[in-house]
Design a protein around this ligand. Structure first.
Ligand SMILES: *Cc1c(COP(=O)(O)O)cnc(C)c1O
Length: 431
């Protein structure tokens, strides 16, 4: 499959180059040249396929022959070796739980698929050693560290803001060792992000090391998120109701993958972008005016984004037609008080525990269903409640059960290097 840059449609790339580069040379996001519709028969017979076969059919056109089928199947098997259940919460509402992977948040799928793809291109031998350099505000770092752990030919360097990630998130980043190095930055997430960007532009570094990024702009992290929607639909297809999916959104990679799945023919009727106080897209849907803003800190911090990077991909999917976007996509915003109340109410009335991100998704869905009762709705539960322990326990007044994987993690010893400025990062990368 060929990709083009959203800044210049004349700039083309194959899948391999798009995965290795992340962004096009003109800083545009890569977008597939064609979106191939899958046959109706495939969707009708979905229940006869297992999850690996479904994922393979969904993604194979986007990869093309650049990864042979057998290798692609192996990558998918490793990516999807946990469950993606739709758990009934109310008569018209289900929760698609995406937190059963190794780091307990949905980014495991994208990180593992990207690690598998990059690993394949490296062992094929044309690339040499690669350094994955990534800044994290919490969940990305753990998922990337876990996904890339022990891969030959790849070093992973993660920058995270000192004292700004939760204890569990920090342990997930700093206890793995091997080819993973955690740099603890004396600063905030934006400082980490800025230093990473500067390193990509620094020829002293790029002459010595081949750098790549692992955030959601990379097609190998973005595209495999279509799997969630196919796997959820397989569990819902018996219902003869229209389907709506509510996606708690930050950089809008996940929901954009859902919209792509719909474009491929998956019978989902409507999407809801559920936002916290960072309401740039909510305002766009209401006014047609896209006005980026600085981000605001909230309790659903993985969604604290004021200028979502994948929004341009959504516009491209709808050929920049506002009316087409609006037909398929609703958007609502909720503040922290509303989010905490939803966690509390659903816990006490139904006995289901949501994390703050899932709770925003739940609220978005309920708001849509009030006006559209003919739908069955699913919200995406993107993180395990234990990752946001303090907020959830305060809201429910009950202890969250700690999963076994986390108990083992908390006993491990943190290992990080402290850095305070760009020169420290450069010194490390050149050493
Ligand atoms: C990253 C993340 C999100 C936001 O996903 P986007 O694809 O950036 O919109 C939502 N919830 C959790 C828990 C996350 O880690």
């Amino acid at each position: 499959m060929k990709y083009f840059s959203l800044n210049n449609k004349e700039h083309h790339s194959n899948f391999e180059n798009a995965v290795i580069r992340g962004l096009a040379p003109d800083k545009g996001l890569y977008f597939p040249e064609r979106i191939v519709k899958l046959p109706d028969g495939f969707f009708k017979e979905l229940s006869e396929y297992d999850k690996v076969e479904i994922a393979f059919e969904a993604i194979k056109e986007f990869v093309g022959k650049e990864i042979p089928d057998a290798d692609l199947l192996d990558i998918i098997k490793e990516t999807l070796d946990f469950d993606f259940p739709v758990v009934p919460v109310k008569a018209n509402t289900g929760s698609l739980e995406l937190f059963h992977g190794p780091t307990l948040a949905f980014k495991d799928v994208g990180a593992r698929f990207m690690a598998g793809s990059l690993g394949y291109f490296i062992q094929k031998g044309s690339l040499g050693k690669v350094t994955v350099l990534v800044a994290t505000s919490g969940d990305t770092g753990g998922a990337v560290a876990n996904g890339f752990l022990g891969l030959d030919g790849i070093d992973v360097v993660i920058l995270y803001p000192k004292g700004k990630v939760s204890e569990i998130q920090e342990k997930q980043l700093t206890t793995l060792g091997k080819n993973i190095t955690a740099l603890e930055v004396d600063g905030v997430f934006d400082d980490c992000q800025r230093m990473v960007k500067q390193a990509f532009l620094d020829s002293d570094i790029t002459e010595k090391r081949k750098l790549t990024s692992a955030n959601s702009i990379n097609v190998a992290r973005w595209l495999p998120q279509i799997f969630y929607y196919f796997l959820a639909y397989r569990q819902l297809m018996e219902r003869e109701m229209k389907l709506a999916f509510s996606v708690p959104s930050g950089n809008f990679g996940n929901i954009c993958a859902g919209l792509l799945a719909k474009e491929m023919g998956l019978p989902i009727d409507h999407f809801i972008a559920a936002n916290n106080a960072n309401d740039t897209v909510t305002n766009y849907i209401q006014t047609e005016n896209y006005q980026p803003k600085p981000s605001i800190a909230t309790i659903s911090n993985a969604m604290d984004v004021g200028d979502p990077s994948n929004f341009v991909r959504i516009l491209e999917l709808f050929e920049n037609e506002y009316s087409s976007v609006k037909n398929v996509l609703s958007a609502y915003s909720f503040n922290d008080e509303m989010t905490k109340k939803a966690i509390k109410d659903v816990h006490s009335e139904i006995g289901y525990t949501m994390d703050p991100h899932g709770a925003v998704g739940y609220l978005g869905l309920q708001k849509f269903l009030e006006k559209n009762p003919e739908y069955y709705g699913v919200f995406l539960e993107t993180a395990h409640p234990v990752k946001f322990l303090d907020t959830v326990e305060e809201a429910t007044g009950e202890k969250v059960q700690i999963p076994v994987v986390i108990k083992g993690l908390m006993d491990k010893k943190k290992k990080s290097l402290q850095i305070s400025n760009y020169e420290d990062l450069k010194g490390f990368l050149l050493s």
